[in-house]
Design a protein around this ligand. Structure first.
Ligand code: ADP
Ligand code: ZN
Length: 731
C-alpha cells in the first residue's frame, strides 16, 4: 500500500456501506488514521453500520457536519483487486455497489473483536473414581487428541450430561484453556502422493500446472467425460498452486458439495479444506471469511458465493461442472459465478479451470476462438459403456390425447420395472406449460409477433408467448396445414407427466424431482439419496436431475420432449438435453449396467437431434452454435431480462408498458425489446412478475443503454425492477 492509500486522522474519506444508498458517504478518518480498503464501523443516523474505506472523500457535504469513522475493524482490509473486482462485477450485472458489498461480507460478526472461547484439553490428573460416563468423556478426548472442544461439544459428543464434564474439570482430569474462536485451517500438503496419473491425465495436469506456474491470468477448459479423472487432474493444479504459496478455490454446484468430495481432497492433501456453502453455520462462515483474508485457509471448497470471499492471494479457481445452471444466481444479485470467476481471475492474475463433460456453448465457443485453452481427457478411467441412444419419432407413435409417454417409451419402462431397475423421464418444464402442436403436420403454434413457440396455460385456457406476452385462444384448426381437430398439447409440465406415469404404472413408485417442489436444497438432496438407494421405480425430473447424481439402478432415460429448445422458447434447452444424455452416459457406465436413452422428437432429422444421437459432440456444438449465430442470440448476441415485480398486477404491467414505450436508449444502440410478458411462474408470495427481454448485437454497450433506459423510472410502493444480464431461464 502506498502513502496515498493512507488517510490521517480527520481526513475526509469516502466509505462504501452495504446500505441501499447508491453512493459513498463521507466521514472523517478516525484516531490513528486508516488505510484505503479498511473495514470500518461508521455512524449512520442512529445506527452503526459496516463499511469499507473506498478512497478520499468527495467534498460537497458540509464539513462541519461530517462525522467520524467510529473504528477500524480488526479484519484484513479489502484488497485493491477485490475493490476493482466488485466494481467491475457491479458494472457488468448493473448492481449497486452496496449490494456487491453485501455479497462480499456475508459472514456474521465481522465487527466483533476477535473473540476467545473456553476449550478443554486433557489434564494431567486421574479422576478419583471412574464411572462409565467419565470414561466415555475421556475416550472422546483421547480419540480426538489434537482437538479442543467446548464443554458443551464434549458433553454432546460423549453423550453425557454437562455435569459429568464439569466434574472432570474440577478434578483436574480436564483443564480449561482460552483459544481464539477462529482458528487457522490445518496445513494442506501438496507433496503427499497423488494417484498415478494416466498418460492423458498427466499431460492435462502438466498443462494446468504450467498455467499456475506462470503466475498470470489464463482460462482453460478441461473437458472429459464423467469418470475420466477431471477431479484427479485439477487437484494436481491445486497442488501446484499450494506449492507456489497461493490460495485456491474449487467451486462446485451446491448439490455436489458432499462429504465424499471433501474426503477426497483430504486424502490428497492430508487435511480438510475450508468449506463455504449455504448450509454452513454462522461460526463456520465467520471463520472461513477471516482465515481466507489472513491467508490462513489455503483452499476453499465452495458454492458460487465463495467467489466473493476476501482471498489474500488467489492463484487458481476451479469451476467444476462449469455448465451447471446453478452457477447463475437467480435472486438478489443476478450473476453467473462462472463468468465472474474469469473476471476475478483476470484481476488477480489467477488461472481458471472450467471442468465439464459437457461444456456450455459459451465456453466451447470461447475455446474455439482461442480465448480459452482447451485440454481434453479422452480416455475414461476404467471401463464404461455408453448408453444406446435412439430417437422415438413422435409423428409415427400412436398416443392417446393428452398423453406424452409414447408406447415405445412405455414398453421400455415396463421392462425396467420387471427387472427392478429405474427409469428417468426428463422434461424441462416445471409445473404446467405445454406446447401446442398439430399432430397431422408436426408444426407448432408460433407467436404472430415474434415467432417464439406459444405455451398453453391451463388456468387461462389460452396460448401465451413467453417472449412478448402475446396471447390467443388455443386453435382448433392447424394454422399451417388447416387440418381440423389435430391440435394438441405436447410437452406437459413435470407434474402432469407424473399423473400420466401413475396412470400407466399404478403399482410403480414414482418420484417427481422439480426444484419448486422442495423447500430446500437439503430436502432435495435427501430425497435424491433415497431415490439413488432404490426408493423409486420411475423418476421424473426437470433440469435439476442433470446434475451428476449417481443412480446405480438407473438404466433408462426418456427425454419427453427433445424438441424443446429447437424452437427458441428456451435458448439452452438443446444444450441441456445434450448434457443430460452425456451425463447419463457417465452414470450408466459407472453402474456397470448398460443404459438406454430414448429421445421423443417430432424432428428426428434435425441436425441438433442427430448430433445428440450419434454422440458426435463437436458436431453438436457446431450445429447448436450455428443456430444461435443465425438467431443472433448468446454467445453471438447479447440478451438481458428485465424482471418487474409487485403486489399489484396492474402496476407491474403499467411499469412494463411504460418501459416499452420509452425504449429510446435501446433503439439508439439497435437493441430490440420484447414484452412485457407475464412471468408464468410467480416465485414470490403474492407478488406478480412480468418480464421484458432485450436483444442486442454482440458489440453493443448493453449495460450502459440499459442503465440509461431504466434510470428515469422510479419504483413506487413495492414495485421492483431487476436486470438479468445473460439470462439463463426463459420461462
Ligand atoms: P471426473 O471428475 O472426470 O468425473 P474423477 O477424477 O472423479 O473423474 O475420476 C473418476 C474415478 O476414477 C474416481 O474414483 C477416481 O479416484 C478414479 N481415478 C481417476 N483417475 C485415476 C488414476 N489415475 N488412478 C486411480 N484412480 C483414478
Ligand atoms: Zn411473441
Amino acid at each position: 500500500m502506498s502513502a496515498q492509500d493512507y488517510f490521517h486522522q480527520g481526513d475526509r474519506v469516502a466509505v462504501l456501506t452495504a446500505q441501499p444508498l447508491d453512493r459513498l458517504l463521507d466521514y472523517r478518518a478516525p484516531e490513528g488514521g486508516c488505510f484505503r480498503g479498511a473495514f470500518v464501523e461508521v455512524p449512520l443516523g442512529p445506527r452503526k453500520v459496516l463499511g469499507v474505506v473506498w478512497g478520499a472523500g468527495g467534498g460537497g457535504f458540509d464539513s462541519a457536519k461530517l462525522r467520524s469513522v467510529i473504528r477500524v475493524l480488526d479484519v484484513a482490509p479489502m484488497r485493491e483487486e477485490m475493490r476493482q473486482f466488485l466494481g467491475k462485477a457491479a458494472d457488468y450485472t448493473l448492481t449497486p455497489m452496496s449490494a456487491m458489498l453485501r455479497l462480499a461480507t456475508r459472514a456474521p460478526g465481522l465487527s466483533d473483536p476477535p473473540s476467545m472461547r473456553k476449550v478443554l484439553r486433557l489434564g494431567d490428573k486421574e479422576p478419583d473414581r471412574m464411572t462409565d460416563a467419565r470414561a466415555k468423556v475421556l475416550a472422546v478426548m483421547e480419540e480426538f487428541g489434537g482437538l479442543a472442544f467446548t464443554p458443551k461439544e464434549l458433553a454432546d459428543m460423549a453423550d453425557v450430561t454437562p455435569s459429568v464434564v464439569k466434574g472432570l474439570v474440577k478434578q483436574g482430569a480436564l483443564r480449561e484453556e482460552e483459544t481464539p474462536r477462529d482458528l487457522p485451517y490445518p496445513n494442506l500438503d501438496p507433496e503427499r502422493p497423488s494417484k498415478v496419473l494416466t498418460e492423458d491425465q498427466a499431460r492435462a495436469a502438466a498443462i494446468l500446472a504450467e498455467g499456475v506456474e506462470s503466475g498470470a491470468y489464463g482460462t482453460t477448459l478441461l473437458k472429459g467425460v464423467t469418470g475420466s479423472g477431471k477431479t484427479e487432474v485439477y487437484l494436481e493444479a491445486v497442488a501446484s498452486c499450494l506449492r507456489k504459496g497461493r490460495q485456491a478455490l474449487v467451486l462446485l454446484p451446491e448439490i455436489a458439495l458432499t462429504a465424499e468430495f471433501l474426503k477426497r481432497v483430504e486424502q490428497r492433501f492430508g487435511a480438510t479444506p475450508a468449506e463455504w456453502h449455504s448450509g454452513a453455520t454462522m461460526t463456520e462462515r465467520r471463520r472461513v471469511w477471516r482465515m481466507v483474508g489472513q491467508g490462513n485457509a489455503q483452499l476453499v471448497i465452495g458454492a458460487r458465493s465463495a467467489l466473493f470471499l476476501p482471498f489474500r492471494d488467489l492463484g487458481l479457481i476451479i469451476v467444476d461442472e462449469e455448465h451447471d445452471t446453478s452457477y447463475k444466481q437467480e435472486e438478489g444479485v443476478l450473476y453467473n459465478a462462472r463468468d465472474m470467476s474469469v473476471l476475478r481471475a483476470a484481476m488477480c492474475s489467477a488461472q481458471v479451470v472450467l471442468a465439464s463433460a459437457t461444456p456450455s456453448l459459451e465456453t466451447w465457443v470461447n475455446a474455439e476462438a482461442g480465448k480459452y485453452r482447451r485440454v481434453d481427457l479422452n480416455a475414461r478411467f476404467g471401463t464404461a459403456v455408453l448408453p444406446t441412444m435412439k430417437a422415438v419419432d413422435m409423428r409415427a407413435e400412436d398416443l392417446p390425447a393428452a398423453t406424452w409417454i409414447s408406447p415405445t417409451l412405455k414398453a421400455a419402462m415396463q421392462e425396467r420395472i420387471e427387472r427392478g431397475e429405474q427409469s428417468l423421464l426428463f422434461l424441462n418444464r416445471r409445473g404446467f406449460a405445454p406446447v401446442t402442436i398439430c399432430r397431422a403436420c408436426g408444426s407448432q403454434v408460433a407467436c404472430d409477433n415474434c415467432d417464439a413457440r406459444m405455451v398453453e396455460h391451463r388456468f387461462m385456457k389460452r396460448l401465451m408467448c413467453h417472449q412478448c406476452g402475446e396471447t390467443k385462444p388455443v386453435p382448433t384448426i392447424c394454422p399451417s396445414c388447416q387440418v381440423e381437430g389435430k391440435m394438441a398439447p405436447v410437452g406437459p409440465g413435470i407434474e402432469r407427466l407424473g399423473e400420466e406415469a401413475a396412470a400407466l404404472f399404478p403399482e410403480a413408485r414414482i418420484a417427481v424431482l422439480s426444484s419448486d417442489l422442495f423447500g430446500s436444497a437439503r430436502a432435495l438432496k435427501a430425497r435424491i439419496e433415497e431415490i439413488a438407494a432404490g426408493e423409486a421405480d420411475i423418476i421424473l425430473g426437470t433440469q435439476l436431475v442433470a446434475k451428476g447424481h449417481n443412480f446405480p439402478l438407473l438404466t433408462l432415460v426418456g427425454v419427453i420432449d427433445a424438441d424443446l429448445g429447437l424452437q427458441g422458447s428456451d435458448l439452452r434447452a438443446g444444450e441441456r438435453t445434450f448434457q443430460l444424455m452425456r451425463q447419463v452416459a457417465g452414470r450408466a457406465g459407472r453402474a456397470e449396467r448398460p443404459g438406454e436413452a430414448l429421445l421423443q422428437t417430432f424432428q428426428p432429422e434435425h441436425p441438433v437431434i442427430r448430433a445428440i444421437l450419434t454422440g458426435d459432440e463437436e458436431e453438436f456444438w457446431r450445429a447448436e452454435a450455428e443456430q444461435r449465430r443465425e438467431a443472433g442470440v448468446p454467445p453471438y448476441g447479447r440478451m438481458a431480462g428485465i424482471i418487474l415485480s409487485g403486489s399489484d398486477l396492474a402496476q407491474v404491467f403499467d411499469l412494463g408498458n411504460a418501459l416499452a414505450r420509452n425504449d429510446g436508449p435501446l433503439r439508439q444502440v439497435g437493441a430490440q425489446l420484447f414484452g412485457p410478458a407475464p412471468a408464468p411462474i410467480a416465485r414470490g408470495r403474492g407478488r406478480h412478475r412480468a418480464r421484458l427481454l432485450v436483444k442486442a448485437a454482440k458489440g453493443v454497450a448493453l449495460q450502459e443503454a440499459l442503465a440509461r433506459w431504466t434510470a428515469p423510472f422510479k419504483m413506487k410502493g413495492d414495485l421492483r425492477l431487476s436486470i438479468d444480464i445473460d439470462p439463463q431461464n426463459f420461462f
